[in-house]
Design a protein around this ligand. Sequence first.
Ligand code: C2O
Ligand code: CU
Length: 648
Amino acid sequence: MSVDESGHQLFAPVITLANLPDPRTLGPYSVYIAWAVTPDLARDAKLGVVANGRTELGVVGLNQFMLMITAERSADVARHSGPAILNGTSPSWALQPHDALPITRSSPHTAMSMHSDATSGVHWVMPPMHPQVPQMAPGLEGLMPNAAPWMPTAGDKAIAAVRPREVLTLKDGDSISLVAGLMRRTIAGHTVTMYGFNGQSPGPLIRVDQRSHIIVNFTNALDQPTSIHWHGVRLDNRYDGTPMTPQAAIAPGGTFRYVVTFPDAGVYWYHPHVREDSQQDLGLYGNLFVRSPDAGFFAPADREEVLMLDDFLVDDRGAPVPYGADQSTHALMGRFGNLFLVNGSPDYSLNVARGEVVRFFLTNASSTRVFNVSIPGARLKLVGGDVGLIANETWVPSVVIAPAERYIVDVRFDSSGRVPLLNHVQGVDRYRGLFFDESDTLGIVTVGPSTAPAATPAATAFEQLRQNTSVARDIDRYRSRLAAPPDYTLRLTLDTAQTLPFELWQVLRNEVWPGSPVEWTGTMPMMDWLATSRQLRWVLRDSATGRDNIDVKWRFHAGDLVRIRLVNDARILHPMQHPIHIHGQRFLVVAVDGDPMQNLLWKDTALVPAGSTVDLLVEMTNPGTWMLHCHIAEHMESGMRMMFEVVR
Ligand code: C2O
Ligand code: CU
């Protein structure tokens, strides 16, 4: 997903013209020029001279724009003054305010306002509106999700307060215990019962060597089934933690012995694979750091920071918004939080000396939010991602990171002072038909006045962009396949034949897709909250067989190289991006919307923006029965998952 550091989508318009008359026939003109103009006509950018044939017009970073072609006296004019002869608009131009649409008001729905759980005392509380989008689509007031509300409770058991994340540095063959259980946490002044591994959230940071193995003796101390999935780790199928493969979810009080092997260096993470919408959101996640034996795998850095990015949803009083007891809420867009957490904390801070180079290992552990991370005034160097290093290091204005993805960035802090770690995006206010700027502070880096010694190995290395030849060599083997046609096509779509509340369906039906391929923030908290995982079905549809989700049964042989095309359908009730994750294997994103990707990286999760087509080249090397699914927790609960088999 290509955006600038403030989250504006970057368009690269290409225009093909035919039958343009000679401009001199229109008056004292000699050329045609293309411009990008904002809806309020307040800004226009000159894109360049156009003529009959095909012209690439560079990059436009505006939320909405009109593309206009005028006849002008000379190619050098700074502003347009000649006649406009053609225009067109960006898709996002079609966004309309709700009050321009025929919304039918209906009486408040009473049948659904009954659900509160008498025994547990948990009640539904309406999620707060987005602070920048105070209006709600009419007709939704008084509705509640058609599910019983649920929050974990300790009963009369005393539970311990959350402990800071510990670092476990393990050697080949070492054993550890992990316990998934309850813990107490104070969030926005409220004491909340949440989940953690060994009383920590994030759980222990597990540091291991590449090609080593560890034993994890796991105990489920929750009152519901769970499992641990080792996200991105190409381990033995028996230990993948997916309840849909032969090993079942682990019952309350049960134990399981995981043997985890680490074939690839990089940053991975672990989380449950049962009700991620509640279990993971309540704090069950941790990072794995797999060190390469190659001392030069990474360039030198002064400091390494492993960061879990997350968000958490609280109501107007600061209390968590309950989860659905036996099905998930927020099935449409996923559960957007309104409290930003870095390593479990709403006030992450870091102190560095001036000139220090910090290597950030970022993991997105949120249920649905795509972050656009930047650090104002600091240069970011993209070094790697999901499964290791990127072929060519590159400077980036920001890092777009979807749920479950990892990115590795090097940052040098050159001037002293306080610098925020930002999530800067463009939200859509559908009610008023506007885009707006949202900037969230995820944490603060305090750069001290003292200066790290100049010309340290890290400072020198920071200036160089490395080429990671081992990655390039891997990819070279597949060169001939990079442009091949797809072997399989999956259409990502939405089936709403089931029973959405009428009012919700009515509001959605009136939506004009705003052409924002990523839903960056939760601006429709009511609408999102109301739909449950049983009221709609997100679908992975195999184009060849027409089969959906769990009925798709692909079979491969170990050693197959498979090109899978993911087509994200935008002609549905509510288009969404989907971060698609494949278990047990690694893949390359080889093309987006037909454009070959130039700079490759091994991945296990890829973001497919709404309306986009993304081609993956999957290396099927690891035998077993594996899952492919959307990593938006609520989409997976609403059906968006399938299995495939790799036979030896
Ligand atoms: Cu991170 Cu199937 O999961
Ligand atoms: Cu999805």
